[in-house]
Design a protein around this ligand. Structure first.
Ligand code: TEU
Length: 533
């Protein structure tokens, strides 16, 4: 396999609104990010995936873009952006931009023009129909909105302030590629492509994900933009399976570097229900899914590895134990994920074990998805308490509370009033404490990131799931005649692990002492990796 810089890189995701405020308006900004680059350099990451920083009326926190070549007023200026790219570069960190081209804001100039008349040259930039179908928006309600002036409906798979672009129109491609080249010329390190598997939609046939022309579009995009440069591209693809992931990320395919697949993420959703209706995750299912992706992608494609992003609840609260075993389980989850094959992504605060937020009242909730669900379910007769439980359990704002830097007011995030409340546990869980404690979760992440840079077995080794008790997750990685064993007790109970492998040397652990592998009595959330024969 031809080596790429992103094979051994770890990417850190920043949600700019919640990372660091520099001017006291309660909203994070670019200058704030610049002031924290030394911290990220210390963690050892190679790239930052920056959630959208473009001009936006913020109906969906920047995922509704009104100008792709300008910066959101609250976040700063284009000069700040240039400075961020340059300052990150000095520290060996690349900036991966969020590319949101399935839709724009309804306040984007193209849509304002498109609504003027059916003869306007921008009208066909969007998807218009005489009749609405029964397709639903991801944020609730119909995905079609009637426009009085045009006398037709436009499609919006997300909020009605996020009209879908019409990729059947080649002029849309041109404009998007010009914009991508604008950013490439600025020196960005790549693109994370928002819901990219939707751009090939065929609404009249009720096809939305994985449309028939999707891969042609991506090949064309590759040729017209990043293909000539050494960039990281990752597509957000909720509908990916290992088969089509090979199409997206196959080395000879000239499409993307990799995709985000969500099969593991969906494992705690009740069958046939909505994301709000969860169940306890079954560790055997998790093993099966991760094994499938590791083995089936093999050398034919490239995996991305993640537990968290700005749309998901905090992993230590979700599948770890943020009460009795917060530190232990956060480290165990990190060890399990970061020794797999693929490019790992760390979401801001994950590296210090930040937890979900105790949302009690809908007034505390800022996310359009949760707010819409709240009113929809209230109307349907759901109990208010049950709805708030869902939001606490799985709502997107869990990931979006401010980064906890220290134990000063507002966790050092802002001197003003934060746009969303700071988690009350910030006096204990914060970066300052983490850096001062050599046993903190931070240093486990730092070590894992460093290991990946220097150990080809982590980057290129084969994967084999090891037979074990249901709640013990164990696998072998093999490379160049060497074998490495990873063992994680994925539970709050003691477990037994037995193996006839012989220990050669220790690689990493979260506190468990391993002298031999014959018979191990694992404490809750014990995790380690060793070289074996
Ligand atoms: O998310 C895609 C998406 O489908 C989400 O609505 C997802 O289903 C949901 O967040 C799970 O709770 C991307 C972005 O990551 C998200 O932040 C945006 O809101 C969305 O696209 C629209 O741009």
């Amino acid at each position: 396999m031809e080596e790429k810089w992103w094979h051994k890189a770890t990417v850190y995701q920043i949600y700019p609104r919640s990372f660091q405020d520099s001017d006291g308006d309660g909203v994070g900004d670019l200058k704030g990010i610049i002031s924290r680059l030394d911290y990220l350099e210390k963690l050892g990451i190679s790239a930052i995936w920056l959630s959208p920083v473009y001009k936006s009326p913020n109906d969906d926190n920047g995922y509704d873009i009104s100008d792709y070549e300008d910066i959101m007023t609250e976040f700063g200026t284009m000069d700040d952006m240039d400075q961020l790219i340059a300052e990150a570069d000095k520290r060996g960190i690349k900036i991966v931009m969020d590319l949101v081209v399935n839709h724009t804001s309804d306040e984007h100039r193209w849509f304002i023009e498109a609504k003027k008349s059916i003869h306007n040259p921008y009208h066909d930039f969007y998807v218009w129909r005489d009749q609405a179908t029964d397709v639903r928006s991801n944020f609730g309600g119909s995905a079609w909105e009637y426009d009085e002036n045009i006398g037709k409906y436009y499609l919006h798979l997300f909020s009605k302030k996020q009209p879908d672009l019409n990729w059947e129109n080649p002029r849309v491609h041109e404009k998007v590629y010009d914009m991508m080249n604008f950013w490439i010329e600025k020196g960005v390190g790549g693109f994370r492509m928002d819901v990219i598997d939707l751009i090939g939609k065929q609404p009249d046939q009720n096809i939305f994900e994985n449309g028939p022309k999707l891969h042609d579009y991506l090949k064309e995009m590759n040729r017209s933009t990043f293909g000539k440069h050494d960039l990281l591209t990752v597509g957000e693809t909720w509908g990916a399976n290992p088969e089509n992931a090979k199409l997206y990320s196959g080395t000879e395919r000239d499409e993307l570097s990799m995709v985000f697949q969500f099969e593991h993420i969906l494992l705690d959703q009740q069958e046939g229900k909505e994301k709000w209706d969860t169940k306890k995750i079954n560790i055997s299912d998790l093993k099966k899914v991760l094994e499938k992706w590791q083995v089936e992608l093999g050398d034919e494609g490239w995996n991305s590895l993640f537990w968290n992003n700005h749309d998901l609840p905090r992993i230590v609260s979700r599948w770890g134990n943020d009460k009795e075993y917060r530190i232990k389980s956060a480290k165990a989850l990190a060890i399990l994920l970061h020794l797999l094959k693929g490019t790992p992504y760390v979401y801001e605060g994950e590296e210090i074990g930040m937890t979900n937020f105790d949302f009690q009242d809908i007034e505390q909730v800022k996310d359009i998805e949760s707010i819409n669900m709240y009113s929809e379910r209230l109307e349907k007769g759901y109990d208010k308490e049950d709805i708030m439980y869902s939001i606490r359990n799985i709502g997107r704002d869990n990931a979006r509370t401010p980064m906890q830097w220290d134990d000063s007011k507002n966790a050092g995030f802002t001197t003003g009033i934060p746009w969303i409340e700071v988690n009350s546990n910030y006096k204990e869980i914060n970066v300052k404490n983490a850096l001062e404690d050599s046993n903190s979760i931070f240093y486990t992440y730092k070590k894992l990131i460093e290991l990946r840079k220097n150990n080809p077995w982590i980057v290129y080794g084969t994967f084999e799931l090891v037979e074990s008790d249901e709640n013990v997750f164990s696998y072998l990685r093999k490379y160049n005649g060497h074998e490495y064993l990873v063992v994680v007790n994925f539970s709050d109970d003691k477990q037994i692990f037995e193996s006839n492998k012989v220990l050669v040397q220790k690689i990493i652990d979260n506190g468990v002492v391993v002298d031999n592998l014959k018979h191990l009595e694992l404490e809750p959330w014990d995790a380690f990796a060793v070289e074996v024969t």
